[in-house]
Design a binder for this molecule. Structure first.
Ligand SMILES: [Zn+2]
Ligand SMILES: [Zn+2]
Length: 162
């Protein structure tokens, strides 16, 4: 994932596109698996004394839903924007230094991808999960269980009324 910035003129935007196997990234993922390829597209611009690199990382993640326990695969898109500076040319503290004429995106892509992973894995935002009584997947239909949701303080009262 290397971009050659030799001869890039100020303001000029140069597009790039990479696709790399997803498997090596799974070493950094504890709660699922990236499938197929990680795709990175974007553009590089010479902005002032640094290079602005921005774009999108696309991947496919397979995991088990936290609520309904169904195996799921989702497409993810993660934007990125990073500033790079040529070693010795500028000393912008916020920019990532690189040597020579080539910017290697590998580290930034890996860090962005891992940091962008949600804390929980859901098959969909409003996943209904499983019935706590019979284990029925409530996304696939309701069960006939009656879930009594009574405040324990009211339970005594209910007992008195009986
Ligand atoms: Zn689910
Ligand atoms: Zn049930």
């Amino acid at each position: 994932m290397k971009i050659n910035v030799f001869g890039l003129k100020a303001g000029e935007k140069v597009p790039f596109a990479f696709a790399v196997p997803a498997a090596p990234y799974n070493a950094f993922l504890a709660d699922g698996e990236f499938k197929s390829e990680i795709k990175v597209t974007g553009e590089v611009t010479l902005a002032g004394d640094g290079y602005l690199v921005s774009g999108l990382i696309k991947c496919r993640k397979a995991f088990v839903c936290d609520r309904c326990l169904e195996p799921t695969e989702v497409e993810q898109t993660h934007p990125f924007a990073e500033k790079y500076r040529q070693d010795g040319v500028a000393d912008d503290e916020d920019a990532v230094p690189f040597t020579g004429e080539t910017i290697d995106l590998a580290e930034m892509v890996r860090d962005t991808l891992i940091a962008a992973q949600p804390i929980g894995n859901l098959c969909r935002e409003d996943c209904l999960g499983l019935c706590p009584k019979c284990g029925q997947n409530l996304n696939q239909g309701s069960c006939s269980c009656v879930i009594e949701d009574i405040d324990p303080r009211l339970a005594d009262l209910k007992q008195l009324l009986i």
